[in-house]
Design a binder for this molecule. Structure first.
Ligand SMILES: Cc1ncc(COP(=O)(O)O)c(C=O)c1O
Length: 392
């Protein structure tokens, strides 16, 4: 039997990870020592207090039933919103936890969109966004983000016919892969635009705690009236170095949370209770919050090393105010970023992602994830700079 994917997936490009893995295997077979700045998986460890707590929680056999939602987690999310953003979120009706932010991001468009409706998403943007219209059997439009606009949304670039059919827009600041950030006036513009066109905002605030130089990324709910049209999502993966426990949450407009909850109630029963308890503790514990500060400081030092080293060799990179990514424009003479990445991996062992892995507007860029110790990152940048020097 000849087995093929469904029509809606057959048009999708072969995943970038599959291609990268082939490049990596080839480089290893040539004896290259690999430094992987490709995948954005934190290398830092969870706070020791969390590891100890989890080892105790898993001994409690009362926590092994179908998990549903732990009240304690909702209460701590609500308290955290109040402390962090001075925003009021009702723990009972305005919060849902998800199996990582990814799962909620995937199921929400499924729950919201009809086949003729459009999901707007950033291009370049987190690769999952581009698959969501297919998952939802709906239509999609990647709105362009350009460096000349500081990667802010140019609403004029969304055609009127697209707007008429748009049901929801995904917005992501601090951004993966761009490391672009937003201020409250930018968020006000987004809320105004969404209200004007009757569009739901799905605000991806996954990186709001990884910020530097005094910058504190805002919540969309700091904007008056945002709760009428928006949900905001967060993840425990990056802030707490807990990507493996798959815990995230969505907060905001009650009806949207209810719709997501209805869909999920047919698919899953939530995240293992010990993980939910752990998440609740992470949000409320001063010790853990201080640990997050040290994690962020580590990323800041790595960012400074990379930006300085690259700029010394002629790159023109602004110091990002948030995330652990560097989205770097390649020198003009490099025409094909995927070919560049392939030869970089084969010749130096350094793995980065081509900008086009995040959408066609990533052309001419690469993304580096700063997920190694300073000396390793420093070595990787030296190899990249030498490789480019040898190309000229
Ligand atoms: C912008 C963005 N949103 C969502 C996610 C998903 O996070 P999680 O690990 O909670 O599924 C990621 C993970 O890389 C991300 O970069």
């Amino acid at each position: 039997m000849d087995i093929k994917p469904s029509d809606k997936f057959s048009g999708q490009k072969e995943g970038i990870w599959k291609r990268l893995n082939l490049f990596i295997s080839e480089a290893k077979s040539k004896g290259r020592d690999i430094i992987n700045l490709g995948i954005g998986c934190p290398d830092q460890k969870p706070a020791p207090v969390l590891v100890n707590m989890l080892s105790e929680l898993v001994k409690d056999t009362s926590l092994y039933g179908y998990p549903f939602s732990e009240k304690e987690l909702h209460i701590e999310i609500s308290n955290w919103y109040k402390r962090r953003f001075n925003v009021t979120i009702d723990p009972e009706t305005e919060i849902i936890h998800t199996i990582g932010a990814q799962e909620g991001l995937t199921n929400l468009p499924v729950a919201l969109l009809n086949t003729d409706e459009i999901l707007l998403y950033p291009d370049p943007g987190y690769p999952l966004y581009g698959y969501l219209p297919a998952f939802a059997s709906a239509r999609g439009f990647g709105y362009p983000l350009e460096e000349k606009n500081n990667f802010q949304i140019d609403f004029g670039r969304i055609p009127k016919e697209v707007l008429k059919k748009s049901k929801a827009i995904i917005v992501n600041y601090p951004s993966n892969p761009l490391a672009a950030t937003i201020e409250k006036d930018g968020l006000s513009e987004i809320v105004r635009f969404a209200k004007q066109h009757n569009i739901i905002v799905i605000y991806d605030n996954t990186y709001c705690e990884i910020a530097f130089d005094g910058y504190r990324p805002p919540s969309i709910f700091e904007i008056e009236g945002a709760k009428d049209i928006a949900v905001e999502l967060h993840s425990f993966s990056k802030t707490y170095n807990l990507p493996g426990i798959r815990l995230g949450f969505f907060a905001g407009k009650r009806e949207i949370i209810r719709i997501l909850s209805d869909v999920k109630s047919n698919i899953d029963f939530g995240v293992f209770k010990p993980f939910q308890r752990l998440g609740a503790y992470a949000l409320k514990s001063e010790e853990v919050q201080n640990y997050v500060k040290s994690t962020v400081e580590t990323y800041r030092r790595r960012r400074d090393i990379v930006v300085e080293k690259l700029n010394r060799c002629g790159w023109k990179i602004n110091r990002p105010k948030a995330t652990f990514y560097i989205f770097a424009k390649l020198p003009e003479f490099i025409r094909d970023e995927e070919e560049f990445v392939r030869s970089l991996v084969l010749n130096t062992g350094v793995v980065v992602l081509p900008g086009t892995a995040f959408g066609e507007n990533g052309k001419g860029y690469i993304r580096m994830a700063l997920v190694h110790r300073e000396e390793v990152i420093s070595e990787a940048i030296d190899r990249i700079n030498n490789f480019i020097k040898n190309c000229t």
